[in-house]
Design a protein around this ligand. Structure first.
Ligand code: BJW
Ligand code: ZN
Length: 275
């Protein structure tokens, strides 16, 4: 099998010519904004692996613990800013749009940093930290309040010895319509992705003529198969990561390093041709 190329000038030309770019992003793109990734050293909260709390069983077993975890993550994200990778992607979208071309972000992240950077075409595969869903009437609401409810104020500290008392369920976030218990509007392991979101992502993946895969370990399905599917159509795919992944060898390009450096560089020619 041929090794992926790391020829940046060649990729920059390709990006400058493309008409329909899809950016697939994962937690690594936000790492340099100070948001921990899932896998690896930063993926712990108290004694829990973050992925162990991202399940419907964890919420059912202990909604208070689960809400503390998500409340903590909401507060962290509210204190952070998009980095140069998010910003370059948003700027490229705006430049391309003026020229009748497209750039779409399909993200596994729930932090909203692409939108904060100005990206408009964002498909959130795994939901959002700033949306809730009622476990009773299923209503979905946007909620950026800090804290999300009084009982969670000053809770959610990540330290191992943090207060372990449970918040009574009635004091956790509740639905404004039916008073049912709210949950984060995110996709946990074993849950289906929202069909309309998945269809929208697939439509872009089928139509794109260039794909950038940024900061994802590519182990969580179905997102992990998106870029390999695009590559199997013969469309160029470039991976941006600080380390290789199970799919690196499926792609035409691999740019090793921090995405806040490699991604803006890779889109430079889109910006310079506009001037
Ligand atoms: C940098 C960097 C820098 C760092 N610059 N890079 C087929 C086969 C096997 C299993 C399955 C399958 N189909 C479904 C499954 C089950 C399961 C699954 O995939 N399991 C695998 C773990 C094996 N999938 C599901 O359950 C999905 N549902 C589904 O498919 O329904 C149908 C079905 C169900 C059951 C069985 C079969 C079918 C739902 C998946 C939902 C994932 N949810 C989470 C939580 C969301 C809410 C929350 O955030 O709390 O999504 S889990 C977590 O992982 C989160 C992330 O979006 C996702 C991916 O993680 P990501 O973004 O890749 O982060 P990391 O940390 O893994 O990687 C960071 C990367 O960045 C690393 O590579 C670093 O090197 C890099 N990096 N700094 C560039 N500066
Ligand atoms: Zn409700």
């Amino acid at each position: 099998m041929q090794r992926p190329s790391s020829n940046m000038p060649e990729f920059q030309l390709l990006a400058a010519k493309s008409k329909y770019i899809v950016v697939l992003s994962g937690a690594g793109i936000s790492a340099e904004s100070g948001i921990p990734t899932f896998r690896g050293a930063g993926g712990y909260w108290r004694t829990y692996q973050a992925t162990d709390l991202a399940t419907p069983e964890a919420f059912k077993r202990d909604p208070s613990l689960c809400w503390e975890f998500y409340h903590y993550r909401r507060e962290v994200v509210l204190s952070k800013k998009p980095n140069a990778a998010h910003e370059a992607i948003a700027k490229a979208e705006a430049v391309l749009e003026k020229q009748g071309r497209k750039l779409i972000v399909v993200t596994q992240n729930i932090d909203g940093l692409h939108q904060s950077a100005g990206s408009k075409n964002v498909v959130e595969l795994h939901g959002s930290l700033f949306k809730t869903r009622c476990t009773k009437c299923q209503a979905v609401e946007v909620d950026r309040n800090s804290p999300i409810c009084e009982a969670l104020r000053d809770r959610g500290a990540p330290d191992v010895d943090a207060v372990a008392t449970r918040i009574p369920t009635e004091q956790l976030p509740r639905c404004s319509k039916c008073s049912g218990l709210l949950r984060p509007h995110v996709v946990w392991f074993g849950e289906q992705l929202y069909p309309d979101v998945l269809n929208e992502a697939n439509r872009h993946l089928e139509n794109c003529d260039l794909c950038l895969v940024i900061g994802t370990s590519s182990v969580v399905y179905p997102a992990a198969m998106f870029a390999p599917q695009v590559a199997s159509r013969g469309v160029p795919v470039a991976e941006f990561n600080i380390e290789s992944t199970p799919h690196t060898m499926d792609f035409g390009y691999y740019f090793e390093g921090s995405s806040s450096q490699t991604v803006p560089q890779s889109l430079e020619k889109i910006f310079s041709e506009q001037e």
